[in-house]
Design a binder for this molecule. Structure first.
Ligand code: ADP
Ligand code: ZN
Length: 755
């Protein structure tokens, strides 16, 4: 069979009958899974030539199109004896290492668990179509080791080029010219004279391999014990370990030892981070430890970078990959360790397309690949702690901060007693007097402060003072958030945006629009008025776009070019700022609102994490949390540091009520173009709802975001005892109801967000 060429279209009838889906592959046939939401693999004829094996990447026709799919090996459930002669033939095989069997099992497993079509899961693996073809060679200039021609006119500019090219590197013409400080013409002249040579090279990643034999830092006793335990597991097949240690205890240094062990064993390593865009410090540490950068995988990569990274992974040359959740679906041939850093993070949950939790799927991938997975966190999820208790996960503890740094003291500011004062110059304010005083002291000490408010923009709501009109998104059940930098009112759910009008659109009153509540931009205004001399930086997804901007801001804070950081959730994560001694949480209660079953757990995790930014080096830190509910168990746990007691109470509440992780939960969301259709579909579904001992179907209810991007949403919650076959019950429920095509039901297994 020939290598695939773009126009090798098949000559047969382009119509394809999906009932061919379940035929056992016979000689001359292959089952091919295509990266589309189809019910399963299709059977194709295999023309004369080298045989195809499961895992091979092939080009196959579907209708009038040709797609790259993978030869699959799932057993047939029933056979339809269609003669091979009637099947459409595979159009070609790609020159790539086959997708390993354990990865194919992983795709099937994720599809079964999430109720997504297997092709939709495979699509996450084939996420860089350009990488499937061999990379196009690029032109580079080298200096071949030949003596210079006698008659060469060696101008100073030419000399500089030759000396720059001496190192044996392959340059582009422009790079070499820039390096030598000359025009490109000089380089071209030398090529013309035969002194430099142009060659065609295949672009490749990575430039260098991480070296596991380089020395790491000297570990403390507790760190060394944990590191040795992890490194030992690398040779031992599947295991899951929770690495539980306070922020700054050296979890990263410890799991780096496991990374080194896996590399020494010749295996690939995947490190999943929740916010890869903010991982500049992590990359720097990795590079220092292993002498080379890991291969990165996240949505900010350019498509050329994605192509190179994907191919480097598939060919096994990428030894360490650091990435966001989607990196889990790359086609590793020799994966031998996964680390999920900040395992409790909500960012690991993918909320659209295939809905999955990357931490949980990482554990599945490790089981299938028979290698260890390490979950690291200072505030582990209840899910993981319960797995430790049940003996499913091992646990390693790092109780102390490295180098004797102390955990910061956490104090609560009771906003009922000491509310922010109305200021004659500033007007409404958000910082209570004790926090203002602490900020003054911090600045006087020449230290830095972080003010944390998890709200983007200027104000979460805009109101007309004359008639009470509220600005709402026309397509979503959400208020428009004022963004003063952008000069717009913006919907955070769909991106709808509106210039703030001069007059109220409801009553026509002029200059009557008032911002209600604070966002980080508004807080920055108050800080600028109170501390005019302080250098202030905003850290939110609006002010920081992309990893380069994030890295630059981190650098500025570390270089003490900033006195006060005002940040959203983005500022909470993983940064190490030695001079930062004060953290002020402006609205501690924010995350407790709403009916989310994990609201308490999440608020604890997030505020604990933010608090961990304070006092990471030799200066003790201080954390002030503004709250209207100082008696709330979350606030009490934060102030006393009694995490485990809080979690035990939280776990007990969930156990009694049968909520996750003790019971199982799935959401069935129904979305329709109008409310009538949504309600009708829900009535149909409600009539067909499964009835079983130990299973409860709650709803339908309007989803908290009842209208999203113009679609009307309703939600059922299915709560089931652990031992019930939840997926099977959902599948037969959905299969028993015929909904109009405009109505889209989708299932979210283990839901984390309830809008
Ligand atoms: P965590 O991941 O638990 O928050 P880190 O691994 O980021 O902790 O460590 C916090 C800081 O302490 C980092 O700057 C790290 O380089 C440093 N550190 C931790 N352990 C050691 C060690 N054994 N020797 C030197 N520096 C260390
Ligand atoms: Zn909207």
């Amino acid at each position: 069979m020939a290598q695939h060429r773009a126009n090798s279209a098949p000559t047969r009838d382009p119509k394809h009958d999906p009932s061919h889906a379940c035929i056992e592959p016979a000689p001359g046939r292959a089952r091919v899974l295509l990266p589309l939401p189809l019910s399963g693999a299709y059977t194709y004829a295999v023309p004369e030539g080298p045989a195809l094996a499961p895992g091979d990447y092939v080009v196959a026709p579907l209708g009038a199109r040709e797609l790259v799919g993978v030869v699959w090996d799932a057993p047939a459930e029933h056979e339809t004896p269609v003669p091979t002669a009637k099947l459409k033939p595979v159009a070609g095989k790609l020159d790539l290492p086959p997708l390993p069997a354990e990865h194919r099992r992983f795709v099937d497993w994720v599809a079964g668990y999430t109720l997504a079509p297997p092709g939709a899961v495979l699509r996450m693996t084939l996420s860089s179509p350009g990488a499937l073809e061999p990379p196009k060679p690029v032109k580079r200039v080298i200096r071949p080791p030949l003596p210079l021609p006698e008659d060469l006119n060696l101008t100073p500019a030419r000399r500089r080029v030759l000396s720059a090219a001496e190192d044996g590197f392959a340059w582009t013409q422009a790079e070499l010219a820039r390096e030598a400080g000359v025009g490109v013409g000089v380089v071209k002249g030398l090529i013309g004279a035969g002194v430099l040579e142009e060659v065609l090279l295949e672009p490749r990643l990575p430039p260098g391999a991480p070296d596991p034999h380089l020395p790491g830092p000297t570990l403390s006793k507790a760190q060394a014990t944990a590191a040795a335990a992890l490194a030992e597991k690398v040779a031992d097949g599947y295991s899951a370990t929770l690495l539980d240690g306070v922020t700054g205890s050296g979890k990263t240094e410890v799991y780096f030892e496991a990374v080194a062990a896996a590399l020494k064993a010749g295996r690939q390593v995947l490190v999943l981070l929740p916010e890869i865009a903010l991982s500049a410090q992590w990359l720097e540490r990795f590079t220092r430890r292993f002498g080379a950068r890991p291969v990165e995988w996240h949505s900010d990569l350019k498509s050329s970078e994605r192509r190179l990274a994907w191919r480097a992974v598939a060919e096994g040359r990428a030894r360490v990959v650091v990435g966001a959740r989607s990196a889990l679906f790359l086609p590793y041939p020799a994966l031998g360790l996964i680390v999920v850093d900040e395992e409790h993070e909500g960012a690991f949950k993918q909320e659209d397309g295939v809905i999955y939790h990357a931490r949980d799927m990482a554990v599945v991938r490790s089981t299938l690949g028979k290698f260890p997975v390490v979950l690291a966190s200072a505030t582990p999820s209840l899910e993981s702690l319960v797995n430790v208790e049940a003996g499913k996960y091992a646990e390693l503890h790092l109780p102390d901060r490295h180098g004797g740094a102390l955990l910061p003291a956490v104090e609560l500011i009771d906003l009922r007693r000491t509310p922010p004062k109305r200021d004659p110059d500033i007007g409404v304010t958000w910082l209570a007097p004790p926090l203002v005083t602490a900020l003054e002291e911090t600045l006087t000490d020449g230290a830095q402060a972080l003010l944390y408010l998890n709200r983007r923009g200027y104000a979460p709501l805009t109101l007309c003072r004359a008639c009470g009109h509220r600005f709402e998104c026309p397509d979503c059940s959400a208020w428009l958030v004022e963004h003063r930098f952008l000069g717009a009112l913006v919907c955070h759910h769909c991106g709808y945006s509106l210039r703030p009008p001069e007059q109220c659109p409801a009553c026509g009153a002029e200059d009557a629009l008032t911002p209600i509540g604070p966002g980080v931009e508004r807080l920055a205004e108050e800080v600028a008025q109170r501390f005019p001399a302080a250098r202030v930086a905003l850290m939110s997804s609006d002010s920081i776009q992309g990893p380069a901007a994030a890295a630059e801001l981190v650098r500025q804070v570390q270089a003490h070019e900033v006195d006060i950081v005002i940040g959203t959730q983005l500022a909470a994560k993983g940064h190490h700022f030695p001079l930062l001694t004060l953290v002020g949480v402006v609205d501690g209660d924010l995350g407790l609102k709403g009916g989310d079953l994990r609201a308490g757990e999440r608020t604890y995790q997030l505020l604990h994490q933010v608090a961990g930014r304070a006092g990471r080096a030799d200066r003790p830190g201080r954390v002030l949390i503004q709250t209207y509910q100082p008696d709330h168990p979350v606030m009490q746990a934060l102030a006393s540091g009694e995490r485990d007691r809080f979690l035990a109470v939280e776990a007990e509440l969930r156990r009694e009520a049968g909520w996750p992780p003790f019971g199982r939960l799935a959401a069935l969301i129904v979305s329709a173009p109008d409310a009538g259709q949504a309600d009708a579909a829900c009535r149909q579904l409600a009539r067909a709802a499964p009835r079983r001992e130990g299973l409860q179907v709650l709803g339908p209810a309007e989803a908290p975001m009842a209208v999203l991007r113009g679609r009307h949403r309703r939600r059922f919650l299915v709560k089931a005892r652990r031992e019930l076959p939840l997926q099977q019950l959902l599948r037969s429920w959905l299969g028993s109801v015929k909904l109009p095509s405009a109505v889209k039901p989708y299932v979210d297994i283990d839901p984390y967000s309830f809008w």
